[in-house]
Design a protein around this ligand. Structure first.
Ligand SMILES: *Cc1c(COP(=O)(O)O)cnc(C)c1O
Length: 361
């Protein structure tokens, strides 16, 4: 059975109000007026020539933020993942990642199509695999087996419910991967959600990972952009791929200014999104038939089986009252809190969902 799989509200059907409370994704947040003002004032140059001062500042700042030698600005997080893979994996190499990892489920098989690498999905609760599971996935080294080249983790684990990997687990996995001669890559789309929730400095949290990136278009609220960091050698190679794929930019400092603004103003406030997510989870948990996965950060997954209303139908009915969320599976929905969602919006969303469920299937 197919289901709606959209991270944005579809075009509003005639006669229904627009989605006012947009819980589809944190990508839905819009640049604030102050962020736009910072963009207007950005000093710009030519990024492709290495002379955009605002992008250079962002990259220097992000290299320090993540404790790496170098960093490169990318148009998107997907490009960070794909370029991290293609710079470090050769055709035929194997990547070990959780079976729900974004690189496995949501990047159009980019690792296979572009790098020629295969991804093997590991099992584990809530988007995370254990060291033992990783150990169990190690193959004998023979000409029959795929060369195992990369271990990838997602912080936070998106489909796992926005869960935060523990520092000890991250380090144990990275140490083991390195002992095996593999490189480590962290998809840090929501890394700052994890660091704020755990109270751990980003550079400490990612110390075991050879490459790591942060997305500015998720909870940080910038219109676009992500930064990939790693050793100078890998980032040098990443630059070649960025150029090759047409990702090099001209006066991109306008966008980097929004990213810098978000580093100064939108990191600590992620705690508010986490508080709102917990309030949403508590409210949803009281609705008969809904089973909630308790959130650790800003993603609230809930199962609608007990209501008899599948997630797509529930969303369509709630949209008539201006509330929309994302469908993860036929009976599993995801609501995401972000910059444009207030505590009052959460109360309204809970009430709308409660009333829609009460009407029955
Ligand atoms: C959103 C996301 C990506 C891709 O980032 P884009 O900037 O949308 O390309 C990758 N990994 C995870 C876990 C994500 O949530």
């Amino acid at each position: 059975m197919s289901y709606e799989h959209s991270y944005a509200p579809p075009p509003t059907p005639r006669g229904t109000p627009p989605v006012r409370i947009n819980l589809y994704s944190d990508t839905q947040s819009k640049p604030t007026p102050a962020m736009k003002a910072a963009m207007m004032e950005a000093e710009v140059g030519d990024e492709q020539a290495g002379t955009d001062p605002t992008i250079n500042e962002l990259c220097e700042r992000m290299a320090a933020f993540l404790g790496k030698e170098a960093a490169v600005f990318m148009p998107s997080g997907t490009m960070c993942n794909q370029i991290a893979i293609i710079t470090q994996c050769r055709p035929g190499d194997e990547i070990l990642a959780h079976e729900t990892a974004h690189i496995l489920t949501s990047e159009g098989s980019g690792a296979a199509a572009l790098a020629g690498a295969q991804i093997t999905g590991l099992r584990g609760e809530r988007g995370q695999f254990s060291l033992d599971t990783l150990k169990g996935a190690i193959r004998s080294k023979s000409r029959h087996s795929p060369p195992q080249r990369m271990v990838e983790v997602e912080q936070t684990a998106n489909s796992g419910g926005g869960t935060v990997w523990k520092l000890d687990d991250l380090n144990a996995i990275a140490d083991f991967a390195h002992e095996q001669g593999m490189v480590t890559h962290m998809d840090g789309a929501r890394l700052t959600n994890a660091t704020v929730a755990a109270g751990i400095a980003p550079s400490d949290m990612v110390a075991g990972y050879d490459t790591v990136w942060l997305d500015f278009t998720k909870g940080l609220g910038a219109p676009l952009g992500a930064v990939l960091a790693g050793s100078s050698a890998v980032i040098g190679q990443a630059w070649r791929w960025k150029q090759r794929m047409g990702g090099a930019l001209r006066q991109g400092g306008i966008c980097a200014a929004a990213c810098l603004y978000s580093l100064d103003h939108h990191v600590e406030r992620l705690a508010e999104d986490h508080t709102n997510a917990k309030a949403l989870a508590r409210g949803l948990a009281q609705i008969p038939g809904i089973v909630v996965e308790m959130p650790e950060t800003n993603l609230v997954f809930f199962d609608t089986t007990g209501t008899g209303i599948d997630a797509t139908t529930l969303n369509a009915r709630c949209r008539e009252f201006g509330v929309g969320f994302n469908i993860n599976k036929q009976w599993r929905a995801r609501a995401c809190t972000h910059l444009d969602i207030s505590a009052a919006d959460i109360e309204t969303a809970i009430q709308v969902i409660r009333e829609v469920v009460a009407k029955g299937p």
